[in-house]
Write a protein that binds this ligand. Structure first.
Ligand code: SAH
Length: 495
């Protein structure tokens, strides 16, 4: 049997943007991913759906899977011919036991590679506004394990550390924080030496406590700091307020549930995350092309109108399936509900003749009526489940609408409804909907949930009407675009 391969990948400290390109490449090609507790959910979400996931996570007191067993799992899976990724928080060789995990593969001649990661020892502080070195304050930084042996004893030469005058960084030190600080003080460190602890560094729930070597323990316990957290001692810690950029982002720490279609990549969630929001990305619907050729009467029209980007794509697929191309649209006017739909049309070489000023179905209907004559035939491309508002309006104005259902919208149940329910009740987050079907599908996953008083930002009036009837308090941004939704939220952070 041919050997597989083991790739030891550093996942970075948590923020998915801090995974390296090589790391992402390795993950995308993985057949088995062995990961532990320090790897953030955002990174775990990048594991391909078909890959086997093995959680060997360790809680600091009890090891879920013992180290020799982890080593054996890696080798066994590689021997099955699998492409194995061993995913570790931060950098695999910085207190990550990466070296130990390579011993067996090296012995057994199993090919392996190492993808370094961004270590929390530097990154957590960068996100807390603390440069680990600064020419004015220190000329070295030192990374030390604060992990105590059984019985609580530390084997650290505090005298040597104090003499270095560098920035001292302690990993795995929350449990022994008091002893670490006392050790430094006993070795003669100034009690006023600045010190910091950063919990969940680089993640949306990052917290930091800035104090001095003599007050850090009480400050950290007052703030109820827990692992994973990392400690720094040194003058650079005093820069934290001045260089604070992470905590001062407009939506810092704001909880938002973003619903979306599983059929298109997340757009609003990353935009809000960049502004600092703590986003839960929730696919709640799936759109599927009906996959049929165009009925012959479809092109015997004066206008074609599109209500979504996905509709544009499905239309051109159907055109192709009918053995036709863009030339078949010669002489037909084209309308798009908004800028995103118009943008998609451009990709097919078509400049929309009409986009309503306000991007919604109502305004599209009115704009079409203004531009057409009675008895004009208008092909209405839409979802199978469309409620028929546009068709009705056009018909009432004596136009001849021809309906073309192109895709189906299928509700997707929430993957983890209990967690969503808990977050709703405990954190009362803002929720966003970009279609009525998303609001309906979201609510269907949470039967018995009372949405009264929950705020929902909805892309347009139709979506808002659906959310309102489910009990939400709704708001609609000035334009029916993702950008406008993101701007609305950042302009109303308290909303
Ligand atoms: N290989 C990892 C470190 C593993 S040791 C790295 O390079 O980052 C585990 C310790 O790392 C934790 O006890 C904590 O001190 C630190 N740590 C890891 N990720 C962290 C994070 N996101 N925020 C704060 N500390 C973190």
């Amino acid at each position: 049997m041919h050997n597989g391969k083991i790739t030891l990948v550093g996942a970075g400290p948590g923020d998915r943007g801090l995974l390296t390109l090589r790391g992402l490449e390795a993950l995308q090609g993985a057949e088995v991913v062995v990961y532990d507790r320090l790897v953030s959910d955002d990174i775990l979400a990048l594991i391909p759906a078909g890959a086997e996931k093995i959680n060997v996570g360790k809680a600091s007191s009890h090891h879920l899977v013992r180290q020799p067993d982890i080593n054996r799992i890696l080798v066994e899976k590689a021997k099955e011919g699998k492409n194995v990724v061993r995913l570790k928080g931060g950098d695999p060789f910085v207190f990550g036991r990466g070296g130990e995990e390579l011993e067996l593969p090296a012995e057994e001649g199993i090919p392996f590679e190492v993808v370094p990661g961004i270590t929390s020892a530097v990154a957590a502080f960068a996100y807390a506004g603390i440069p680990v070195t600064h020419r004015d304050y220190c000329s070295s930084f030192h990374v030390i394990t604060g992990h105590a042996r059984e019985g609580g004893e530390l084997s650290i030469d505090f005298d040597a550390l104090v003499r270095l005058h560098g920035t001292l960084i302690f990993l795995m030190g929350v449990a022994s924080l008091g002893k670490l600080m006392q050790g430094l003080l006993d070795a003669g460190m100034e009690p006023s030496m600045p010190a910091a602890v950063v919990e969940n560094g680089t993640r949306t729930n990052q917290r930091k406590v800035i104090a001095t070597v003599s007050t850090l323990e009480s400050a950290a316990s007052a703030a109820d700091i827990h692992s994973p957290a990392i400690i720094a001692v040194g003058k650079v810690c005093a820069l934290s307020d001045r260089f604070d950029w992470f905590d001062s982002r407009p939506l810092h720490g704001k909880r938002i549930l973003v619903t979306r279609s599983d059929s298109s990549p997340a757009k609003l969630a990353p935009a809000l995350q960049k502004l600092g929001a703590d986003v839960l990305d929730l696919p709640v619907i799936r759109t599927e092309p009906l996959g049929e050729p165009l009925p012959p009467e479809s092109l015997d029209v004066n206008w074609i109108t599109f209500s979504s980007k996905f509709g544009v794509r499905c239309f051109f697929d159907a055109l192709c399936r009918s053995g036709l191309d863009t030339r078949a649209l010669h002489g037909i006017h084209i309308a798009a509900v908004g800028s995103v739909t118009a943008e998609e049309l451009r990709r097919y070489g078509i400049i929309a003749d009409l986009i309503p000023e306000t991007f919604d179905g109502e305004h599209l209907a009115q704009a079409l009526i203004d531009r057409t004559d009675p008895y004009d035939r208008i092909l209405v491309c839409e979802a199978k489940i469309a409620k028929g508002g546009l068709m009705k309006k056009l018909g009432e104005a004596m136009r001849i609408p021809v309906r073309l259902p192109l895709y189906d919208t299928i509700p997707l149940p929430l993957r983890d409804p209990e967690t969503v329910r808990r977050i709703l009740l405990e954190e009362r987050p803002l929720i966003t909907f970009t279609s009525a079907s998303m609001a309906e599908s979201f609510a269907a996953s949470l039967p018995d949930m009372d949405f009264t008083g929950f705020h929902a930002l909805c892309i347009g009036e139709k979506t808002a009407a659906a959310a309102l009837s489910l009990g939400f308090e709704t708001a609609v941004p000035p334009e029916a675009t993702i950008d406008s939704m993101a701007q609305y939220i950042s302009a109303h952070p308290a909303y």
